[in-house]
Design a protein around this ligand. Structure first.
Ligand SMILES: C[S@@+](CC[C@H](N)C(=O)[O-])C[C@H]1O[C@@H](n2cnc3c(N)ncnc32)[C@H](O)[C@@H]1O
Length: 226
């Protein structure tokens, strides 16, 4: 995958470690605004179910990281959360700001590298990381990302991941074996995810129930224990 070089801090090795696999350029951001409506709706239903499972008290501030073009920011602001969105891409940040502003919704959107954010420890009640983890291949990258999401969250982390048992994951593994082409998505079991989160003082709070065989995209919620 290619990423527009002007939007990347070339001097920062942490930025470079993952941006080669996740697109942050203007064209990709624009394309993301035209995501298939059915897919978009089903993904937003997952988000709705995850947030619906959080306790009613005490979750006010939410960090949407990465926010992409702002679809979760919009949903969160519409549902009364005080939302901050962050993304590496300038275009994504601008589109997210526009998405909120055009709907008259409050919220802040900033450029940040999610691997090393400037926010204070436990600054937000909850962080949400949707459709990013599966782009990371190395366990140390996954751990770094999860550690940073946990660090800035006082209570919950909502995170999507790809099921290794899904039909799609199986098909991709077979294709790689036959064609030799490298994988672009890296699934994790829920148990593997729990191991990462345990290291950062979090435990599994719940998950959105859906078949791990039929659906690649899964959503889990972790809560702080210490
Ligand atoms: C697949 S999109 C998902 C965006 C959003 N969560 C959604 O579901 O609409 C991935 C986003 O991650 C951003 N991204 C990739 N690496 C990042 C990093 N290190 N820090 C912040 N954002 C990053 C990209 O710019 C892109 O907008």
């Amino acid at each position: 995958m290619q990423t527009e070089q002007s939007e990347i801090d070339q001097s920062n090795p942490e930025t470079l470690s993952n941006s080669a696999r996740v697109k942050s350029d203007a064209v990709s951001a624009e394309l993301y605004t035209r995501r298939k409506p059915r897919k978009h709706r089903s993904e937003m239903q997952l988000v709705e179910q995850a947030f619906g499972s959080l306790p009613e008290d005490g979750v006010e501030t939410v960090l949407d990281a990465p926010c992409g073009v702002g679809r979760l920011c919009v949903w969160l602001a519409q549902h009364g959360y005080r939302v901050t969105g962050v993304d590496l891409g300038e275009s994504a940040v601008k589109l997210s700001q526009d998405a909120l502003r055009q709907r008259g919704l409050p919220g802040q959107v900033e450029i940040h590298n999610i691997m090393a954010m400037d926010y204070a420890d436990r600054q937000f009640d909850c962080t949400v990381c949707f459709r990013l983890l599966h782009h990371f291949e190395k366990p140390e990258e996954k751990n770094r990302l999860i550690g940073e999401l946990c660090r800035v969250s006082a209570r919950f982390v909502v995170i999507s991941y790809f099921s290794p048992m899904s039909v799609t994951a199986l098909r991709r593994r077979l294709r790689r074996r036959v064609s030799g082409r490298p994988l672009k998505q890296y699934p994790d079991s829920l148990a593997a995810l729990e191991q990462y989160f345990t290291q950062h003082g979090f435990r599994l709070y719940g998950e959105v129930k859906r078949s791990k065989i039929l659906h690649s995209l899964q959503l889990a919620i972790f809560e702080r224990t210490s």
